[in-house]
Design a binder for this molecule. Structure first.
Ligand code: NAP
Length: 493
């Protein structure tokens, strides 16, 4: 085991703090770019896989695409006139990040295939241990691990005994050809809904094992013509206008979830009309949720309702009893013979996976959060100095461009790093009393939102408190405009 103290910050003005970024997905790449722009190169990006782009590397299932418009799902400083669709396919988004990483010179700073297994705040620094046994010291720790990347596998009897192919949507076997196969998919979230069209187009039969129906808004996904792309190259203002338009739509959508009113009625109507396009009343009834639209994360798809009505698609609503070597047995004793079983069973919310982070007085983050997640403005945590989260719990993680949210967070963290660089402070952790008051305000505000209207969802913790932000993105931006040092405990000030 080695411990490297080289290049650590002495606390003297002008000294460069050493920064650790965990994750080379959308927000980790962004953080690295902004550091380099400021001339800071004393940082490491740890990435547990062998490639960049996070969720877009992990999710390669058929039909994977962004569910917010591409012109908002790109860095504000790196517009991409070449997007081929309104909602770009996953591989195109992945290629965008690969290109950006090279264009901005981030790749040499990334340690690929290196997982952070422990992070401990000791002697005013973060001691970071990686899976290969190495240890390094850092002044600042930036968690850029995204909200959803730890796969949830269902605990279903017999799953290990299935003799066909079986994989999670976020661990897709690219070599498996499902053409002409009997395919089953467990789950009805965004991943499942997006894949119903491509799977059913080639499979002999697709059985969707549904535990809970979902509201799905019909969102057309037209391809941009070569002429439209050329125009966006020639007149960049068109791309900026498109971005502004979809950001505005996102803001309206966010407001619909926050309070009752005409925006909410518009969304409800759109959901109902998409459902009404299902002609068979029995199927329509199966697909009808018993909770309000937007209570769970809204699913966007331009292909689901048409695809689910294909003759080779069955929606099975009887509960699964077990998996057998031949397929799935439902509790009514029916055997569903399958060649491929897909687990579209989602993720553990990342905030649940923080046992390895230990702050002041040896307290682990998991312990600090054992009675519910508490953050200061989504970005930092009392007792965990210089630990910053990008797109953390209590940030707006609903149907918005998370790139816009990450840009707000990175701007805030950069200001904190600046204060450390200038020698104003060595370390900062939010005050307990301020954080408690902040969380109380959030809880009070959640009462009016749609997320607490009665449904189960990965947004909610065990007490039914949403892990999102009860305000529009503009309010979040305002909250994270600049660090308020009086709300922090400062070390070395
Ligand atoms: P998800 O929304 O969490 O859906 C998981 C599904 O698996 C649910 O239908 C759940 O049923 C079912 N399930 C879990 N365990 C089960 C069990 N033991 N037996 C039967 N069913 C079980 O997961 P996801 O579809 O992967 O989406 C997760 C999130 O990722 C989305 O909300 C979205 O934020 C993001 N995402 C985004 C995109 C995009 O941008 N295009 C695409 C995919 C995912 P219950 O509902 O009954 O629990």
């Amino acid at each position: 085991m080695t411990a490297s103290a080289a290049n650590t910050h002495s606390g003297e003005p002008g000294e460069e703090p050493r920064i650790c970024i965990v994750g080379a997905g959308m927000s980790g790449i962004l953080m690295a770019i902004k550091l380099l722009e400021k001339g800071i190169d004393n940082f490491v990006v740890y990435e547990r896989s062998g490639a960049v782009s996070g969720t877009w590397r992990q999710n390669r299932y058929p039909g994977v695409a962004c569910d917010v418009a591409s012109f908002t799902y790109s860095y504000s400083f790196e517009p991409n006139p070449d997007w081929t669709h309104r909602f770009s396919p996953g591989p195109e988004i992945r290629a965008y990040f690969e290109k950006v990483v090279d264009k901005y010179g981030v790749r040499p700073f990334i340690r690929f295939n290196t997982e952070v297994t422990a992070a401990r705040f000791e002697n005013a620094q973060w001691r970071v241990t990686t899976g290969d046994g190495n240890e390094e010291l850092f002044d600042v720790y930036v968690a850029a691990t995204g909200p959803l990347n730890n796969l949830h596998y269902p605990d279903i009897k017999g799953l290990q005994d299935f003799s066909g192919a079986c994989f999670h949507t976020a661990d897709w076997d690219d070599d498996y050809d499902y053409t002409g196969k009997r395919v089953g998919i467990i789950g009805t979230g965004s991943s499942s809904v997006q894949s119903v069209d491509p799977l059913s187009a080639r499979a002999e039969h697709l059985t969707i094992f549904q535990r809970t129906p979902q509201w799905v808004i019909n969102t057309a996904n037209p391809e941009y013509s070569p002429m439209a792309i050329r125009l966006k190259h020639a007149f960049p203002v068109l791309g900026r206008l498109t971005r502004w338009f979809y950001s505005w739509i996102g803001e309206q959508f966010g407001l619909a979830a926050l309070k009752d009113g005409f925006r909410r009625r518009v969304v409800f109507k759109a959901c109902q009309s998409a459902l009404d396009s299902v002609k068979d009343p029995v199927l329509r009834k199966k697909l009808t949720p018993d909770y309000l639209p937007m209570c769970r994360r809204m699913i966007m798809s331009g292909s689901f309702h048409e695809a689910v009505q294909r003759p080779n698609v069955t929606v099975e609503t009887t509960a699964i009893e077990c998996v057998t070597p031949e397929g799935v047995r439902t509790v009514d004793g029916k055997e569903h013979k399958l060649d491929l079983l897909i687990l579209a069973t989602g993720f553990f919310f990342n905030a649940q996976n923080v046992k390895h982070v230990v702050g002041l007085n040896g307290q682990s983050l998991a312990d600090y959060w054992k009675d519910g997640i508490k953050t200061y403005r989504s970005i930092s945590i009392p007792g965990f100095p210089n630990y910053f989260m990008l797109v953390g719990p209590n940030s707006p993680i609903t149907n918005l461009s998370l790139i816009e949210i990450a840009e707000i967070g990175v701007n805030y963290v950069m200001q904190c790093i600046d204060k450390i660089r200038q020698g104003e402070i060595t370390a900062m952790a939010p005050r307990n009393d301020i954080t408690a008051a902040y969380m109380q305000n959030l809880r009070n505000a959640f009462g009016e939102t749609i997320w607490t209207s009665g449904c189960s969802s990965w947004y909610l913790d065990d007490d039914g408190i949403p892990a999102t932000f009860p305000g529009p993105p503009s309010e979040y931006r305002h909250e994270l405009d600049e660090p308020l040092l009086q709300e922090y405990e400062l070390i070395g000030a």
